[in-house]
Design a binder for this molecule. Structure first.
Ligand SMILES: [Ca+2]
Length: 337
């Protein structure tokens, strides 16, 4: 697995740190081989934020793993086919890391895209044949899943970062597991059928984690920008921020895709079980579709039972999805030391 994220310090949306911890939990359990973390070059707007390499260093230390981390391209794509031949070596250090991982891996690699689509789109345009051979699937967390074009025309945040790149992902010669963040923007509904969004009260999960994991989250949530990443992690847990952030909700999107990539499903009562055993207990599925995306980032899709490499995330039980995902996330993160 390669994990591509808009993980910044100080944080933008803190969900990316929860997601980073989730993929490290899968790696720590030996369910995936985490081959690299690629962080977007900059958020939008930049506001003095930098790629959070300290957060990755903390997770590597915690889990005793050595996952490389790199930084994405500073350039937006100029067209839907732009492989950025004008970029220098530093500009593509992260994109080339991805291409090297694909080349060197004996098995096909899944790629999570949970921020901008820019780097994976450019990587795919640089080496389409490599993606056809070695990319087992892109878990694309972006967009709006409404089958109704009127709703799809309101762009979701990750699409607004790089609409051409989002469109370009749908052109790549590898499976795409499309995980629209919402079915409709501003629908007012917490959970909809074709959107991954759920939320949980952080106090339901934070107090059950190991002290080091609690400190990983508090160091991020407190927007620490000192250099004290190691000693803060190993220090005592401060009760006041733990209480303060426990009382806040966290909005989440990507959890179901990480588990699916690791061959795991989530049941309607929130248990994580192997996909081949889950049957009709699954709270979510990936359904085969045919899909097109305009240069502006507007999708059109239909169910297509014959489709082999395009799937859409589908909530099977709207009433139980949020609670099921909260339980699954809590169980997953509790396994971290
Ligand atoms: Ca993100």
């Amino acid at each position: 697995m390669i994990h591509v994220t808009d993980l910044f310090r100080p944080h933008c949306d803190p969900d990316d740190h929860w997601d980073l911890a989730s993929v490290y939990a899968l790696a720590y359990a030996g369910q995936i081989d985490l081959k690299g973390v690629l962080i977007d070059f900059a958020p939008h707007p930049v506001n003095d934020r930098n790629p959070d390499v300290m957060g990755v260093a903390q997770m590597n230390y915690l889990t005793a793993l050595h996952v490389p981390v790199s930084v994405g391209s500073p350039f937006p794509m100029r067209s839907r086919d732009d492989s950025q031949p004008y970029a220098g070596a530093s500009d593509h250090v992260g994109i080339d890391m991805i291409l090297n991982v694909l080349r060197d891996s004996s098995e096909p690699v899944v790629i999570n895209v949970i921020g901008s689509c820019r780097d994976i789109a450019v990587a795919g345009k640089k080496a389409p044949e490599l993606f056809a051979r070695k990319c087992a699937g892109i878990y694309l967390n972006a967009g709006t899943g409404s089958p109704d074009k009127t709703h799809a025309a309101k762009l979701e945040y990750n699409v607004s970062l790089a609409a051409l790149s989002y469109a370009a992902i749908f052109d790549l010669p590898c499976p795409v597991y499309w995980m629209p963040c919402f079915e409709q923007m501003r629908s007012g509904k917490p959970v909809m059928e074709y959107g991954t969004h759920y939320k949980f009260l952080q106090g339901r999960i934070l107090p059950n984690l190991s002290p080091r994991m609690q400190n990983f989250f508090l160091y991020m949530l407190e927007r620490k920008t000192d250099q004290n990443w190691l000693h803060y992690l190993r220090g005592p847990v401060e009760p006041e921020p733990l209480k303060k952030y426990g009382d806040l909700y966290r909005h989440m999107w990507c959890t179901g895709g990480f588990l699916h990539a690791a061959g795991q499903g989530v049941t309607t009562d929130g248990q994580i079980v192997p996909l081949e055993q889950i049957g009709d207990r699954a709270v979510l599925s990936f359904d085969p579709i045919s899909v097109r995306c305009s240069d502006q980032g507007v999708t059109e899709w239909q169910p297509d039972a014959k489709a082999k490499d395009r799937y859409v995330f589908h909530v099977r039980d709207i009433a139980r999805y949020e609670e099921a995902m909260t339980r699954a996330l809590g169980a997953l993160l509790k396994t971290l030391p």
